[in-house]
Design a protein around this ligand. Structure first.
Ligand code: GEK
Length: 253
């Protein structure tokens, strides 16, 4: 049978030692398949980010996709935005992911090297999102990225975002979450496992990947996210998506 080059098989064979997960070239290669088969609702969330951008970003608006990976959310925004003179800044600190993002975005938009067809240009920036200065933003997206920032650094990042959103500007914060209730924690972890099996992953793949992420992806409870958003100044927020232990919040400045 022909190998599918983009199929995620990174954890299919038993590994002598499962090392911490990193966003390297091997991951970048299979990333769309990996995230679609690992995060329930991922494609829906990305599509809705496009719709949010379409309805919220006015003329000259600035948008940020923080932890952009291959640029799926940035591309959804670029496709959604109709207002003229807008700009999207897409940031990731993995050179391998950004290199692949550049190829993917140019494929989506070959004639302009990220600049045609899509009226809204996307600037790809290789940087740590904690070092990026947000300026007069209409829309900021953290789509499954905050979970990779050590918890002690999360409030400062959200403060920077809050303080530099325009009044009425929005933050989309999507995360894997934990549950205080031990019963729900077990139930949703199990449902996520079942989801991954249903997507074609084996028990071995699921368990090795879980081990690899254990010290890298640190989920918090929904209450914890909401309280911190409130503390940094987001008084208006709504949970607009949840499937098992994955959710997305919309917070308005
Ligand atoms: C999507 N948002 O497809 N600075 C910059 N980037 C970072 C940092 C950091 N400190 N830490 C992690 N990343 C995307 C999916 S994936 C989610 C986001 C996942 C980057 C990391 O390199 C990776 O590309 C991304 O955050 C997380 O809508 O893999 O579960």
């Amino acid at each position: 049978m022909a190998m599918q080059p983009d199929r995620d098989r990174l954890y299919a064979q038993p590994l002598e030692q499962v090392t911490d997960f990193v966003f390297d070239a091997k991951v970048a290669e299979v990333f769309p398949d990996m995230i679609n088969r690992s995060v329930p609702g991922y494609a829906t969330i990305v599509r809705m980010i496009g719709l949010l951008a379409a309805s919220h970003v006015g003329e000259g608006g600035r948008c940020y996709d923080l932890g952009c990976s291959l640029g799926a959310s940035a591309l959804a925004m670029a496709r959604g935005i109709e207002a003229p003179g807008c700009r999207i800044v897409a940031v990731d600190n993995s050179p391998a992911m950004l290199a692949r993002a550049r190829t993917e975005l140019n494929k989506a938009d070959p004639s302009t090297r990220l600049r045609t067809g899509l009226a809204t240009p996307i600037d790809l920036v290789c940087a740590d999102i904690r070092d990026v200065r947000i300026r007069r933003a209409s829309l900021v997206v953290l789509n499954f990225t905050l979970q990779f920032i050590p918890p002690a650094g999360r409030a400062a990042l959200l403060q920077e975002i809050h303080d530099n959103l325009l009044p009425g500007g929005i933050l989309v914060l999507s995360e894997k979450i934990a549950f205080e209730d031990a019963g729900f924690q077990t139930l949703f972890a199990e449902m996520h496992h079942q989801f991954k099996k249903d997507q074609g992953y084996s028990d071995l793949e699921v368990s090795q990947k879980r081990q690899a992420l254990e010290r890298v992806l640190l989920p918090e409870t929904l209450a914890c996210h909401r309280e911190r958003l409130e503390r940094v100044g987001f008084q208006r927020q709504a949970l607009w998506f949840q499937c098992f232990n994955f959710m997305s919040l919309l917070a308005v400045r």
